[in-house]
Structure formats: C-alpha cells, structure tokens
Design a protein around this ligand. Structure first.
Ligand code: UD2
Ligand code: MN
Length: 610
C-alpha cells in the first residue's frame, strides 16, 4: 500500500451533491412483470412490478413475494433492483464488499446488463430533430477512472456507444488514473479489443481526476471534448442537443441534466424539464444546486430550452476543444478532486463564454455518499485547490472563503502562471460575474452581523459528560449537571450555548444549540440587512413548529428576524415571538417576548448597528 494515499471522508456533505428533486420516494420494484430474479443459490425476496414515475405510483406494491428463478431483465428500463433483507452469508459478504470498494451497490450493478435500456427522459419538444443543426461537430468522449467497478465502467462506455450516433463520436478515451484493481488491467484492453473507437490511456502515477482529464485531452483530436465520470449512463438523444449549442457558438460550454442513478438499487431517476436545476456555490466554495431563477425563466418560451448556469457540477460537460485550450484548460496544480468545476465555470463566464444546462440532454450519474478511493495524505487537497481558485479568480471576494478556513491558506504552490493567463485573456472581474451571472448569491460583506450567535441564559450550570468514557469532544454525548468528580465529565462548561446548525447545512434540517466553540463551522451565521439569519443560501425559519433551516426565499415572513441590541432579544416576524433556549440547554424554543428572561438574550458577533 502506498503510504502517500489514504482513505478519506470528504469534508463536503455529500448528500448536498445530489440534485434536490432527486430525493423523491424510492419505489421498490422489480422490472417488467413478475419476472424472477436469481441470486446465486439464494432464495430471493422481490417485489411485484410497479412502473417508474409519478403517475404509476399507485401500482406500487403490496406484499413481497419469495421466488427462485432467473431474471434477464434486471434493471431494464432503468428500474431498481432490490436485494432481499435476509441474505445467505456468502451473498451478504459479496454485497458488503461491493459497498466497501465502491460506495455504491456493486453487487446490484453486476446483476444488470451493461447494455440495459433506459426510459426516454426527453420532453416532446426535444424530439423534433429540426431543432438541431444537421451538420454537428464530432466529439471525443473522455472518461477518467480510478478503481471503478467493472460493470459500472462498461455500462458507462456502452451507454455512449449504444445511444450516440456513431458519426458524432471520434474516440472514447478511457484514462486509467493508476488503478490497482486487477480487472482494470489487461482485461480491459482485451474487452475493448474489437471496439476501434475505444482507446485506453494509462497514467504513469496517480494524478487525480484533474490531471487525468488533462492527460486524456492530449489525445483528443475531434473539435469537441466531452467529459463523463466513470459511473454514468447516457440516455437516448443525449448528445445532439449538446453538440448543437457548441456548433452554434464555440464559446458555449454545455452540461446535460444529471439524472440520479440510485446508489443502492441502480434505479435511474429522471426529471422532466420543469425540475431542472442550475449550479451555484457557497463561500466554502462548495458546489450547490438551485432552481432556475425567475430572471432566467423569463428569457425562455419553453422549459426545454438551454438555461444559463452560474456553475457546473463538474463531471459531465462538452466544450469546444480550441475554446478549452484558449481558457487554459484546467489548473494542473489541482490535485485529486475538487474545485476544478468552479475554476472552469468562473473563467468560462469571465473570459467571454457562456455556461448552459441543456434540459434535452440527459445523463445519469451514481452520486455517492462518501469517496471510495484513497486521497493524498498529509495535505488537504480540496483546500489547496480552492485556495488556488480563490487566489486567481475571485479578487477581493476571496476573503470570504479565507474567513471560512480561519484565514489559513496553507501552502498552495505557485499561481503566477494562472494569474498571467487571466491577464492575457483580459477576463472580466469577479464582481462582474457576481453582479451579472450570479446575483442570487448572498455576499457576507453585506451582513449586519457575522459569526456566532451566543445565548446568555443558563450559563455555567452543566457539564459535558461522555458516559461512554470516550474523550472526544465532537462525539460527546450530552450535558449533565456537574458533579465535580471528574470521571467522564470532561469539561466544566462555563461558556454559553450558541445557535448551531447541527449536522448539516441543508434545507429543512432542525437547528439546535451547542456549547459555543468559537470555530465558525456550524456556528457561523450572518444577519442580513433584510432580517434573515443565514448560512449562505439557507435561512433560519420558524413556521410554528421547530426552528429549521430552509432555503432563503427573500420574502420575510417565517424568515424575518429583528435583533434589538438594547434588549438583546431576537424577535421573529410572522409569529411575533422571541427565540430562546430551554432549561436543559438542548433545544431552541420560541416564546412570548420578555426581556427579563436571560434565556431570550442573544449576542451577535460582529454586530454593526449602523
Ligand atoms: C463531482 C463531479 C466530478 C468532479 C468532482 C470535483 C459530477 C457528477 N461529478 O464529484 O466529476 O468534477 O465533483 O472534482 O459532476 N477520479 C480519478 N482520479 C482520482 C479521483 C477520481 O480519475 O484521483 C475519477 C473517478 O473515477 C470519477 C471521476 O474522476 O470517474 C470523478 O470522481 P468522483 O466520482 O469521485 O467525483 P463526484 O462525482 O463525487
Ligand atoms: Mn462521480
């Protein structure tokens, strides 16, 4: 094992990567009729058929049936394959191993044909071939992988071969980023020996996905380059709508709609054009999805038309090869994973191009909740990439990112080449980009207060107690009355409690309180001039039940808070109540305003009353 690499839990909450509307109900179904599924010698429990899609939810089903038999149609039409809850030990072991190695259900993927069919996710609008130029440019398709599962990688490649007009594909370039899984060695060459369109390139060392993509680009000869992740499935008609945009204007960079392939069942969830999202980011420089803004909707007659997107997710896009080169491709100083999507997005817009999401083009992707492969040890690669990005492209606005990382940029190497590139290209300012392309983004500098929101009630009465004896503050289990006998009580709390987003900075997650730790993170809040208490795009929201985080809507009401510095009360708009904490200091409550209760007193960091 190479000591320079290690398994990592990505810092980014991976759930947030999944486009939001994809979280709809998971329908447990077996494909086509009551066909039967055999898994080794096991008795398998499957569910009767129900079709995919909202209209057919009523078919979803009753009692599971136990069967033995073979199902050659597992996963066809993008339907899910559901494994039984009870499994023989051998099978369970294989299933678990698949999850460990890939962070998705490889066992289920292996049951599904690498040529499986998918539903046609396109609107009728898209199927009118007169919408596309007849003389479209060819593209090379570059797919980089590091230790990808065999069936998943092959299905990605076959979905391109099976569902693209062959005259539009130059080569499919597979870039092996130094995998060590044996199936990715000679067996891969053997498998594709009869496919002249498929080329296999192998890097001499682990490069990370950014330099692997650059390596692939060196072999590209077609006028357009299309990148895909190695766990994708292209749907019917995915390619023409992308190439059409580039044929009309070579500075247009285009992304398909990314449909979600379920990590457990491999179900292909598609969304129609009314559910299309565009890309944004927050000041941690994390990518995020947003519904199409009103100003953008107004530019269109149909929801099937391509929409402007401030950023791209990163993995799936087409770009004119010469334009990509003119933009200086990627910063090759970016390592392993992350940030390159924002780099390409910013410079596309700032240096004369356009970035679009094309609702007629659909490609599925397996979104994973953790990174299955090893990352470089001894360096925070994501932070290093992000600092390079901020240094070169974000002008003064870089400070908002630096605040999030405690102003500690670390060693980010030399970016003078990249700065020169920006100068030579005479790109526009980041201010222009924010004003023109992403006016929805909240600018922390416009906040009235930023930092922690500290409660003054019930201070110093409890101790942090870790009954399990684990002295790990982060995993500390509770707050108990202090007994002053040491033991499992690891710290006397004479600090106060702070408003804390708890585990996730996600829509609709309940907000709580936690001992103030002064390190930002989940305790970092901004009070906007409009009276919102924000964490980037999520706002503190009270609708009569819990105090939660909800996507900021900008129309006051449940998200309107007024702070009175003299009384220290936080008044809530629509309810007229005040924010407080309960006596056991583990919950936020809303109650009638009364300035004589310390539990309703809050101190906002960096509050500027002017
Ligand atoms: C998203 C993007 C991904 C990339 C990343 C940020 C989508 C759907 N995915 O994360 O393409 O832009 O954000 O950097 O937009 N790989 C290598 N070498 C490595 C690591 C990864 O070749 O060292 C390959 C990997 O096998 C995969 C691709 O790069 O095919 C992207 O990696 P990922 O799937 O872990 O990234 P993802 O989808 O979480
Ligand atoms: Mn991926």
């Amino acid at each position: 094992e190479d000591a320079a690499f290690n398994a990592i839990d990505r810092e980014a909450p991976q759930e947030a990567d999944v486009p939001p509307t994809a979280k709809h109900k998971r329908v447990k179904v077996i494909p086509r009729g009551q066909q039967q599924l055999q898994l080794a010698q096991d008795k398998v429990i499957i569910h009767k058929q129900a079709a995919l899609g909202k209209d057919d939810d009523k078919n979803v089903l009753d009692a599971p049936v136990a069967v033995n038999g073979v199902d050659d149609n597992a996963g066809e039409m993008g339907k899910p394959v559901v494994l039984p809850k009870e499994m023989a030990p051998d099978m369970k072991k294989a299933v678990d191993e698949g999850w460990t190695n890939n962070a998705f259900n490889q066992y289920v993927s292996d049951l599904i044909s690498v040529h499986r069919s998918l539903p046609d996710p396109r609107d009728a609008w898209c199927k009118d071939s007169a919408r596309y130029l007849s003389n479209l440019p060819k593209t090379d398709v570059i797919i980089c992988f590091h230790n990808e599962a065999w069936s998943v990688l092959l299905r990605t490649v076959h979905s391109v071969l099976d569902r693209s007009p062959s005259e539009l594909i130059g080569e499919i370039i597979l870039v092996d980023d130094y995998s060590d899984m044996t199936h990715l060695k000679k067996k891969l060459e053997d498998y594709f020996a009869d496919y002249p369109m498929v080329k296999i390139v192998r890097g001499p060392q682990r490069e990370g996905l950014i330099r692997a993509r650059l390596l692939g680009a060196k072999y590209a000869k077609s006028p357009v380059i299309t990148y895909l992740d190695s766990h994708c499935e292209c749907a019917e008609g995915w390619l023409e709508p992308l190439l059409d945009r580039i044929a009309r204007n070579s500075t247009t960079v285009v992304c398909p709609v990314i449909d979600v392939i379920d990590d457990a069942t491999l179900e292909f969830h598609y969304r129609d054009s009314s559910g299309v999202n565009v890309g944004g980011f927050d000041w941690n420089l994390q990518f995020s999805w947003h519904s199409v803004p009103e100003r953008e909707k107004k530019r269109h007659n149909s929801t099937s038309e391509p929409v402007y997107s401030p950023t791209m997710a990163g993995g799936l896009f087409s770009i004119d090869r010469e334009f990509f080169e003119r933009l200086g491709t990627y910063d090759s100083g970016f390592d392993i994973w992350g940030g390159e999507n924002l780099e390409l997005s910013f410079k596309t817009w700032m240096c004369g191009g356009t970035l679009e999401i094309v609702p007629c083009s659909h490609v599925g992707h397996i979104f994973r909740k953790r990174s299955p492969y090893k990352w470089r040890t001894g360096v925070n690669v994501l932070k290093k990439n992000s600092v390079r990005l901020a240094e070169v492209w974000m002008d003064d606005y870089s400070k908002y990112y630096y605040q999030r990382i405690g102003m500690d940029k670390g060693d980010f190497g030399d970016v003078s080449d990249r700065k020169k590139l920006r100068e030579d290209l005479q790109c526009k300012s980041f201010q222009w980009y924010l004003d023109t392309i992403y006016p929805e983004l909240f600018i922390p500098g416009n906040a009235v207060a930023n930092g922690e929101i500290r409660n003054l009630g019930y201070g110093g009465r409890t101790c942090l107690d870790s009954p399990s004896g684990k002295r790990n503050l982060k995993k500390a289990v509770g707050l108990y009355p202090c007994h002053k006998q040491g033991g499992n009580q690891i710290r006397n709390i004479n600090t106060n409690m702070c408003l804390d987003a708890m585990l996730k900075n996600e829509d609709e997650s309940p907000v709580g309180v936690y001992e103030c730790h002064g390190q930002g993170g989940h305790q970092y809040w901004m009070l906007s001039k409009a009276g919102e208490i924000r964490r980037d795009q999520a706002c503190l929201d009270y609708a009569g039940k819990d105090v939660i985080l909800f996507g900021c809507h900008g129309s006051r009401g449940n998200q309107f808070w007024q702070y009175r510095e003299n009384t220290k009360l936080l008044h809530h708009g629509s309810s007229g109540k005040c924010l407080a904490i309960n006596e056991s200091r583990d919950k936020l409550i809303m109650e009638e305003c009364d300035a004589s209760h310390l539990r309703q007193h809050w101190v906002l960091e960096n509050y500027d009353s002017s």
